[in-house]
Design a protein around this ligand. Structure first.
Ligand code: P70
Length: 459
């Protein structure tokens, strides 16, 4: 049997949760248009929708909140945060933002023009949408192993560097304002990117004069995976690994709602002073003055403290083992998941869980609904609803290679018993998987469709 890691903390504050009846869930789901984003959190028993903003903060972070300096300009918490971000990333300049997508919006507003391309290992939903919103083309270049849900490789988040170079030569560097790597790769199973691949990606982009940014929201989990899986780094402190990862890049976007263990916050960091000046202008129009960037002073303090806690090696060892525990228990029950386990989530492999439902009938979304009906669990579809698109030339729908349901694990929130319950529900559902029927759209917006689309069950 898989072994559960001992939590490197004890629990001081609790929040009650309430199971619902199946009859209640049937009604709530139908009212929500079969989209779990439209369900009230109170009607969810175990909420694995996201690891973003859902962390339990520490006593030290809450203490920092009381030290919030709410001055409009130059609050002391900004300087604590600045010192922290410089120590960890080494980048010269940064601005706070209210969350990751605001950092993306500002970065792309200052860099991307219509018709230009932004290559990445894999864009997540908001970076993809923010590139599209500027009239740009988000291009994914994950190495082939990253698209095989069953192959065991240490760094399935790696970008295909040869593909990148060929793409730059075809497209012309002048049409590529920046390149990115998402660490860890959220759309591809929370898989890490190797240090060698971060270095090589930076080298190729820089050879053509193209800036390189990390989408760094799970950089600490990525750094710890490097420590665990790359023998060259087995004895390197994780802070040093993180610093080296950032050293190959020219900047990063960060959703601090993930590895910085806060409920809200983010930042955009960079080395280029001229870019920083333009970013400040954009920030002042959209987010706020550069020493608070849309956040309260207390939020900046919680972020500064959370960034250090997110790099704590005992915490990271527990964090990855906790996710691994859920993966191992599901595998023990024969339930198909993307392997190996990701850092922040376990991803059900829907093509093997519901092989009888074609992607046109939205099997990932269907499975999120079935999990909710079966046990009040909320996961999120990372598949055709999130990523399918219409080919502009043929008019045909292009479905993503991976059809997944992500069970994201909030940090420091759920115990072994919660995860065991999740396994029980998945097992019960897997046993009756053949009874499950697909969905169709009733409403689908153009950008970031998954958040607000509505569905109905197929007859
Ligand atoms: C998640 C959330 C956010 C995210 C990310 C990467 C790699 C940027 C951002 C934007 C979003 C989400 C998805 C499904 C359900 C709920 C929430 N990811 N880059 O859970 O950051 O949210 O702060 O604007 O993963 O993965 P932000």
């Amino acid at each position: 049997m898989a072994k559960f890691p001992v939590e490197p903390f004890k629990i001081k504050v609790v929040e009650p949760i309430r199971p619902t009846t199946r009859a209640e869930r049937v009604e709530k789901l139908s009212q929500a248009g079969y989209n779990l984003f439209a369900i009230r959190a109170e009607d969810v028993y175990i909420d694995l929708l996201t690891d973003s903003g859902t962390s339990a903060m520490s006593d030290n972070q809450w203490a920092g909140i009381m030290l919030g300096d709410e001055a409009y300009a130059g609050c002391r918490n900004f300087f604590n945060l600045e010192e922290t971000i410089q120590a960890i990333t080494g980048f010269n300049y940064f601005v706070p933002t209210h969350q990751g997508r605001a950092a993306e919006n500002i970065l792309f507003a200052c860099t991307v023009s219509a018709g230009q391309s932004v290559p990445s290992n894999m864009h997540f939903d908001t970076t993809q949408a923010n590139v599209l919103a500027r009239g740009g083309h988000p291009v994914n270049m994950i190495a082939d192993v990253g698209l095989d849900p069953q192959i065991h490789k240490p760094f399935k988040g790696d970008l295909d560097v040869e593909k990148l170079e060929a793409f730059i030569q075809e497209t012309g560097p002048e049409n590529i304002p920046l390149g990115m790597l998402t660490v860890t790769n959220n759309s591809g199973g929370g898989q890490p990117v190797s240090m060698a691949n971060i270095r090589a990606t930076g080298e190729v982009l820089h050879r053509y004069g193209i800036p390189f940014f990390l989408d760094a929201c799970r950089y600490a989990e990525n750094a710890y995976f490097i420590k665990l899986r790359d023998p060259d780094y087995a004895n390197t402190p994780v802070l040093e690994i993180a610093r080296e990862m950032f050293s190959y890049a020219d900047g990063c976007t960060m959703s601090a709602k993930k590895d910085a263990l806060v409920n809200i916050g983010g930042f955009l960091a960079m080395n280029d002073e001229e870019l920083y000046q333009r970013v400040c202008q954009e920030l002042i129009v959209r987010e706020g003055f550069p020493t608070y960037g849309g956040l309260a002073g207390r939020d900046l303090e919680a972020m500064a403290r959370g960034l250090w806690e997110g790099l704590d090696e005992r915490y990271l060892a527990y964090r990855l083992a906790h996710t691994q525990y859920l993966a191992d228990r599901l595998l023990e029950e024969g339930i198909p998941i993307l392997e190996p386990a990701g850092g922040h989530a376990v991803y059900l492999d829907v093509k093997r869980f519901l092989p009888h439902i074609p992607q046109s009938e939205l099997p990932g979304q269907t499975l999120t609904c079935a999990l909710y009906l079966e046990g009040g669990i909320r996961g999120v579809e990372i598949g055709s609803v999130m990523f399918a698109y219409e080919d502009p030339e043929s008019g045909e729908t292009v479905y993503p290679d991976l059809e997944l349901v992500r069970l994201a694990i909030p940090r420091r929130v759920y115990t072994q018993a919660h995860l065991d319950y999740v396994v029980e529900v998945c097992r019960a559902l897997y046993e009756k998987r053949e009874e499950i029927r697909g969905l169709r759209y009733v409403f689908a917006p153009r950008l970031l469709r998954h958040f607000t689309a509505r569905f109905e069950p197929l007859p």
